[in-house]
Design a protein around this ligand. Structure first.
Ligand SMILES: [Zn+2]
Length: 234
């Protein structure tokens, strides 16, 4: 785990990401984390960052939020809206079920019970968690056999900032959002986390091992980074 530098401006907390190549201070939105961060040159004090950003921070955030809403507007859960599952988008239809179902994916359509009004986000979350768990259980045996590791537990949590993690005790956690991504990207995260059971860091040895199992792992990683912001149901 890296220790992150954070800075509070106008009672908002930001992660500070420093880089030698960076010339000026700017504010950005991490599409995976859904959180704002400050990008800054390596040699600049926290005080100077605060002084530079304080007069313009509200305006900057307003502008970023506006452009983000243009790219991925929040879901209203109305009939016709589309939702991802395994990388494919399916339209939603509000219905009245005869049984106690709350959400179903059938014949290329997500059917949601009209009485879930107000809790659609949670209804989707429960559905995605279960579907992802099954998908992971289907993919795991092949990879645990190849990599020769055995995770102690598999957990699914709705975390926005990471796709997966591996504890020192070999317990793997996956983000619910992985239910929405194409299977080859989920598979990449699974193999990545399983490799952490052999290397707890992102060292050259870790990447060498991972590429040995998945020669296009860097392309898959890039794809997840670039399209990650699309995969949300809220
Ligand atoms: Zn990792």
């Amino acid at each position: 785990m890296d220790v992150k530098e954070t800075l509070s401006i106008n009672s908002m907390d930001f992660e500070v990401r420093r880089s030698i190549r960076r010339k000026r201070i700017s504010v950005g939105l991490d599409p995976t984390a859904g959180a704002f961060y400050i990008a800054a040159p390596t040699r600049i004090s926290a005080g100077e960052i605060s002084r530079t950003l304080l007069p313009q921070i509200d305006e900057l955030i307003k502008r970023i939020k506006k452009s983000e809403n243009r790219i991925t507007p929040p879901h209203m859960y109305e009939s016709g809206e589309k939702f991802f599952f395994k990388g494919v988008e399916y339209p939603l239809k509000r219905v009245i079920f005869k049984d106690k179902s709350s959400l179903r994916l059938e014949d290329g359509t997500f059917y949601i019970a009209d009485n879930t009004s107000g809790s659609e986000k949670e209804t989707f979350e429960t559905w995605y968690k279960r579907a992802l768990y099954e998908e992971i259980l289907g993919l795991l045996p092949k990879w645990t056999k190849i990599i020769k590791v055995n995770p102690t537990s598999i957990n699914i949590k709705t975390v926005k900032s990471i796709w997966g993690s591996c504890s020192a005790k070999g317990s793997l956690t996956f983000s619910t959002r992985l239910a929405l991504v194409p299977t080859e990207l989920l598979e990449y995260v699974i193999v990545h986390e399983l490799c952490h059971m052999r290397h707890m860091d992102h060292s050259a040895a870790f990447w060498k091992e991972l590429s040995g199992y998945m020669s296009d792992c860097r392309e898959r990683r890039k794809c997840l980074r670039e399209s990650g912001y699309l995969y949300k149901w809220w």
